[in-house]
Design a protein around this ligand. Structure first.
Ligand code: ZN
Length: 190
């Protein structure tokens, strides 16, 4: 059965992607750190049966932030209710200051990925920050040998250095795939 893309469906699809799709930008904060998806919930029908339609202005919340997505651990919460319970709200006490992951990233030049990783393995703030110079020197070329200098240098939100040439080429390929799909569907119809 094909489902109409309702707000509930969109929530379900994003949730599934965060947990299972390694290419999702936020995978490292979900599937990547062991946040699971109840196998029943890989099927939208089951998710809808358990949770009901998403009330306007709410998001899906895990009651226990360390546990996965399941009927037992999820509820629809308003943004305000949820704000107190998300990963974004992690504060790290560093030399008497309560800092967010974003602030630590800015202070040290470490990527969000690295900071979350170090937090998850249980390092304290001082260690997280002091290890920053053990980071390998930034790469000067991408995997395909393009030089990583402006204007060929892109920085992702998490502070990764990316190659503009490669990223644009991936983009073009992706769009071409979509165009091809549309064309194929049209051809089948006629
Ligand atoms: Zn490249």
């Amino acid at each position: 059965m094909a489902w109409k893309v309702t707000p509930t469906y969109r929530t379900w699809s994003h949730m599934k992607s965060r947990c299972l799709d390694v290419n999702n930008d936020t995978y490292y904060r979900y599937g990547g750190r062991g946040i699971t998806l109840d196998p029943r919930w890989t099927i939208f029908k089951n998710f809808l049966a358990d949770m009901g339609e998403r009330p306007a202005g709410t998001r899906i919340e895990r009651v226990n932030n360390e546990k996965g997505y399941s009927k037992e651990n999820c509820r629809w919460a308003t943004r305000k209710e949820q704000g107190n319970n998300t990963r974004q709200n992690v504060r790290i006490t560093y030399r008497g200051q309560r800092l967010t992951v974003a602030q630590i990233a800015e202070l040290t030049g470490l990527s969000w990925n690295t900071i979350y990783y170090r937090l998850n393995v249980g390092l304290d703030a001082e260690t997280i920050v002091s290890r920053k110079w053990k980071k390998k020197t930034p790469r000067t070329h991408c995997a395909k040998g393009h030089e990583l200098v402006a204007p060929n240098l892109l920085a992702s939100r998490e502070g990764r250095r990316r190659c503009r040439t490669c990223s644009q080429s991936r983009d073009r390929q992706y769009k071409a795939t979509i165009r091809k799909g549309k064309y194929e569907r049209l051809r089948l119809k006629n």
